[in-house]
Design a binder for this molecule. Structure first.
Ligand code: NAD
Length: 453
């Protein structure tokens, strides 16, 4: 099926100019908030069906976060849409140079399954706030959430303004043949290459929000107990299926036993003796991903320090900690599951070198009280973001940009950075008809006198 008509309907609507006034944009953000508030139970239930994540977690991790983002936009949008007046040059001293904030047009948002609600809504907020129309393609893997959006969004938005397109690879492939004014894709690097190649055919700008192996460096001067608690929370949240989740730990041999014991303690504290029965522990999204992770568990040569078992019928893999070498199969690609490998290093420099030798991750984490070590990590490694002495938390700060670097992504969003991503900053110079004598030197015929001016 060709999506030409859908895209053209949105483009035609965009060109009416109705989406541009700031009051219209604010009304739409409020409508989006109403959609979330009136359907928060239905959305949380759909996530439960897809990922067996408890409603309360979805409420905090996805729904609350998105409502917070909408409120932040409503508070700031009046300032952000205003043209910015900039400094003048000598020859434009009598003029008015301004940066106008132009919406781009028709935006495509392609979302993943791991945080299926917020990965649709968080990019939608800036796209709509910037005055665009939006076509959303939820992940077919989180089928319940995809169906819920498809059913409910038309009750709040006209398809000429916001529309949900469901389907798998064939539908997405067709959709990508169309010409968009911006594409925001969240997912994995191999698919990001397909998205970028399709966008290149139309010279459409892309924002790519990807993943990577997020390292955690734990140094001996850190509070090991608190470090373990924070790492365990961030790792097993959503069963390890979080783009910012700690992927592996780098620690020296002296600290390792204490760290492992503390991680084991907190896993018991969070999920009880019977993790499988815990309401707080989610499941793997599907059998393909389950087989991918258990396949690696069969190949690993690491010692199992915690967990290790699995149940395919229940898509269950418990919190698993492994003591591995750098060559372990778990150390090649992003794990995106509940397995946490620990690598023993001899020095802090070895940790930094190991991180810098790999692909640039979406985030890097360091636990230390030593400011010089923090500085070295910031200077000697590259990553989308960093949280010092915690994991994941930099994503909660509206005033920080969120995005990757290198293989973990390009571009950024959240807060003002999201507004800017979906806005074209148009340079405009307003001139009058006065001061013509100041311009004389640019008109032919040129002569020495004009050149000397
Ligand atoms: P996925 O398989 O659901 O794919 C994401 C989207 O791409 C879906 O909508 C899917 O339909 C589409 N897609 C898949 N194959 C395609 C193809 N061949 N052609 C066109 N479209 C295609 O999700 P995923 O990629 O497994 O998501 C997990 C990845 O996402 C992880 O690497 C994770 O780190 C990353 N992630 C990043 C962020 C972030 O904000 N940076 C957030 C969440 C997840």
């Amino acid at each position: 099926m060709a999506f030409t008509e859908l895209v053209e309907t949105q483009r035609k609507y965009f060109r009416t100019g109705e989406t541009k006034p700031v009051d219209f944009r604010k009304k739409q953000l409020l409508k989006l908030k109403k959609f979330i508030e009136e359907n928060r139970e239905a959305l949380a239930e759909a996530v439960w069906k897809d990922l067996r994540r408890r409603h309360e977690s979805t409420e905090i991790l996805e729904i609350g976060m998105t409502i917070g983002e909408i409120d932040y936009f409503l508070k700031n949008i009046d300032d952000w849409v205003k043209p910015t007046h900039v400094e003048k040059t000598f020859t434009t001293a009598l003029d008015k140079p301004v940066i106008e904030k132009d919406p781009k047009g028709v935006v495509l948002i392609v979302s993943p399954w791991n945080y299926p609600v917020s990965m649709i809504l968080l990019p939608m907020v800036p796209a709509l706030a910037a005055g665009n129309t939006v076509i959303v393609k939820p992940s077919e893997l989180s089928a319940n959430v995809a169906a819920t959006f498809e059913k409910l969004i038309p009750k709040y938005f006209d398809p000429k303004y916001v529309v949900v397109v469901n389907g798998g690879i064939p539908e997405t492939t067709d959709l990508l043949k169309e010409r968009f004014d911006h594409i925001l894709y969240t997912g994995c690097p191999p698919v990001a290459k397909i998205i970028m190649a399709a966008a290149a055919k139309h010279l459409t700008p892309v924002t790519l929000e990807l993943g990577g192996k997020c390292p955690v460096v734990v140094e001996d001067d850190a509070d090991i107990d608190i470090s373990a608690r924070r790492i365990a929370w961030g790792k097993w949240l959503n069963c390890g299926q979080t783009c910012l989740a700690p992927d592996y730990i780098l620690v020296n041999g002296t600290v390792k036993p204490k760290l492992v014991a503390a991680i084991q303690k907190y896993v018991r504290e969070f999920y009880g003796e019977d993790v499988k029965a815990s309401k707080d522990y989610a499941r793997i999204i599907n059998q393909r991903h389950f087989d991918r992770i258990t396949g690696l568990l069969e190949k690993t040569e690491g010692a199992v320090l915690l967990g290790g078992e699995s149940d395919r019928t229940d898509l269950y893999i418990p919190p698993t900690v492994l003591d591995v070498e750098k060559s372990d199969p778990f150390m090649h690609d992003e794990i995106f599951g509940p397995v946490l490998p620990i690598i023993t290093v001899k020095s802090f420099s070895e940790s930094l070198e190991y991180i810098a030798d790999g692909e640039k991750p979406l985030a890097a984490y360091i636990f230390t009280r030593n400011e010089a070590k923090v500085k070295r990590l910031l200077n000697e490694t590259s990553s989308g973001g960093v949280t010092v002495n915690d994991v994941l938390m930099h994503i909660t700060v509206d005033t920080l940009p969120f995005g990757g670097v290198g293989v973990s992504g390009m571009g950024r969003y959240r807060g003002k950075f999201g507004f800017d991503t979906f806005t074209h900053e148009k340079s405009v110079l307003h001139r009058g008809f006065f001061g013509e004598s100041l311009q004389a030197s640019r008109y032919p015929p040129l002569n020495q006198q004009k050149l000397d001016q």
